[in-house]
Design a protein around this ligand. Sequence first.
Ligand code: TZP
Ligand code: MG
Length: 208
Amino acid sequence: MKNVNYKLYLVTDRDVIGNRSFLECIEEALKGGVSILQLREKKISSLEFYDLALDAKKLTEKYDVPLIINDRVDIALAIDADGVHVGQEDLPVKVVRKIIGDAKILGVSVTNLEEAKRAIEDGADYLGVGAVFPTVTKKDANFTGIELLREIREKYSIPVVAIGGINEGNIEKLNGLCDGAAIISGILGQKDIKKAAEKINSKLIWIK
Ligand code: TZP
Ligand code: MG
């Protein structure tokens, strides 16, 4: 499960979905062409996260896209997700790799070249880089701008997924700089989620 299409990478956040049905919103996005899904839910209990992940897995299997779990290695293993995504303050990348094994996808958030180098050495399969644009979804996000994408691409061949404030209006600025665009509000915060995903997908012309 390592031939991954990172092109349109949906990340979840219940706060952005509001009182709409979580699973229906995810399914709309999948219908709109999302190629990989990350469950990133910081405010729910372990049991809720586990149940949600099981439901999400049914959907990702239906649409044949990988399911990645943010932070929670235990939940990823419990539901046999396709991978895990961790940040700089989560379990060390080496440790996560040891726990999940080589078959599962491991993504790591980085905000500078040193973090990128270490993540690659420690076993990351892809890097999440950002915030590339200003975002209100993650209040404590470091701002990297798009320059870091360029620098990482020049130095390394690992797949790079840009994140932070990406929407239909600015996505073309990423042209040629990443292997995927990770988006929360630009898709899930929109009234017509399927259409938002379709539009953004159609603008990712440099990614197959
Ligand atoms: N990491 C860096 S920015 C960000 C995360 C999780 C939030 C992205 O959300 P949005 O709504 O796509 O800006
Ligand atoms: Mg984290």
